[in-house]
Design a protein around this ligand. Structure first.
Ligand code: PLP
Length: 441
């Protein structure tokens, strides 16, 4: 399958018929991005029900790292499905789960021994971390960041602050969560410049938050994405995470890293925090771990994992088929995909950065590996965010056979499967450039 190939402008007649049927009984809460109706996927290519072929640079929101239906992952799923589908890993034992927790414990950054709790999703991994952080420290308060996305269930939603619409009408959320600005240098919340700012975004916690609102001895954990995903693919300054880790250690606060979007090779390292040499107390993962099967994990340092029998559990968490898919996925990531993400990712960033000077509507290009964001700003308004143009570009790319996704206020994220080639990047960037031109007319 060679993409893109647009046979009929999407959505075609079959897509429209299915969308109409969907509308009747599907909860209206879903925030559908564009009318993509999928029939099949192979590698980096998605075929829609009308026979159009799309080049996938969004990977089901940074999930299908091994590409769509990688033969080795499909084989592992088939083999496990023939053996048994479910038994409940919270109550009983099976090999794929034992193997997977061992593998995740080994892969998690830092020298400490790790204990792993398996979930079905990212939000559940965050819920587990929130519960364990309170359990282990006996403290109630938690700190998270503006721009953060940690999930949509009540606990994780209380930490999420990437868009007020995510939280609207759901109050009261859980109490004692404090939000502070993130290390967003391209739009510094303190109006400072990186080299001379002293990393005010971390200092603020001790200078202001601990002084006026909550004492550090009452804080159980700081939840942070090493690179903000939903919030706009924001890479913090290099001092940021080491300083946060140091602050946590000084006050006995747990550092919880949410690598649900940035993990499993996407940034060119197994976990993004390895770019800064950080060992979190708790690591939350999901998305890319099992190539699309529902699986997440909360990985805690052994000293932190103090909870005892029956303190937490899940009927489906660590489902054997999902574990088998994860083991096959992790083998592929270690066996070349992570390296590819680093190499092709820097090529992608370079190609996108080259678009900045001819197209002044691009206000920033940032990212690591295959987690790259392109922000749109208004040149006539000092680079103020331009969500309208961003949305036009995303739509245009879809119509031309390139799948992209927005994030933050006016950013487009490039998070393709980790199998992408330089040729795929060239094709994608050419379509993207043409869409910028079209949106500028
Ligand atoms: N944390 C981060 C950083 C995410 O990007 C997401 C999902 O986009 C989540 C948590 C929630 O994961 P899930 O949708 O699997 O519940």
């Amino acid at each position: 399958m060679n993409a893109p190939y647009i046979k009929i402008k999407p959505p075609g007649p079959k897509a429209l018929a299915l969308i109409e049927k969907d509308r009747r009984h599907t909860a209206p809460a879903y925030g559908r991005v564009y009318p993509l109706v999928v029939k099949a996927g192979r590698g980096t290519v998605i075929e829609d029900v009308d026979g159009n072929l799309f080049l996938d640079f969004m990977a089901g929101i940074a999930v299908t790292g091994t590409g769509h239906s990688h033969p080795k992952v499909v084989k592992a799923i088939e083999e496990q499905a023939r053996k048994f589908l479910h038994i409940c890993g919270s109550d009983f034992y099976y090999e794929p789960m034992v193997q997977l927790v061992e593998k995740l414990a080994q892969l998690a950054p830092g020298p400490s021994v790790k204990k792993v709790f398996l979930t079905n999703s990212g939000t559940e991994a965050v819920e587990a971390a929130l519960k364990l952080a309170r359990y282990a420290t006996g403290r109630k308060h938690v700190i998270a960041f503006f721009g953060a996305f940690h999930g949509r269930t009540m606990g994780s939603l209380s930490l999420t602050a990437s868009r007020s619409s995510h939280r609207a009408h759901f109050s009261p959320l859980i109490p004692d969560i404090h939000h502070v600005p993130y290390g967003t240098c391209h739009r510094c919340p303190y109006n400072l410049k990186h080299d001379s700012c002293g990393i005010e975004c971390v200092n603020y916690l001790e200078k202001v938050l601990f002084r006026y609102e909550v004492a550090p001895e009452e804080v159980a954990a700081i939840f942070v994405e090493p690179i903000q995903g939903e919030g706009g693919y924001v890479v913090p300054p290099s001092e940021y995470l080491p300083m946060l880790q140091d602050l946590c250690r000084r006050h006995g606060i747990l550092l919880v890293l949410d690598e649900i979007q940035s993990g499993f090779g996407r940034t060119g390292k197994m976990f993004a925090c390895e770019h800064w040499g950080i060992e979190p107390d708790i690591l939350c993962v999901a998305k890319g771990v099992a190539s699309g099967l529902p699986l997440g994990a909360m990985i805690a340092r052994e000293e932190v994992s103090t909870w005892t029998r029956g303190a937490h559990g899940s009927t489906f968490g660590g489902n054997p088929v999902a574990c088998a898919a994860a083991l096959a996925t992790l083998a592929l990531i270690e066996d070349g995909l992570m390296k590819n993400a680093a190499e092709v990712g820097s090529y992608l960033k370079e190609k996108l950065t080259n678009l900045q000077s001819p197209y002044s509507v691009i206000s920033d290009v940032r990212g690591l590996g295959l987690m790259v964001g392109v922000e749109f700003g208004r040149p006539d308004a000092g680079g103020a965010p331009d969500p309208k143009r961003r949305d036009q570009v995303v739509q245009k790319c879809f119509e031309e056979g390139l799948l992209l996704l927005g994030c933050g206020e006016s950013t487009i994220r490039f998070c393709p499967p980790l199998i992408v080639t330089r040729q795929d990047v060239e094709t994608a960037v050419a379509i993207f450039e043409a869409a910028i031109k079209a949106a500028s007319q």
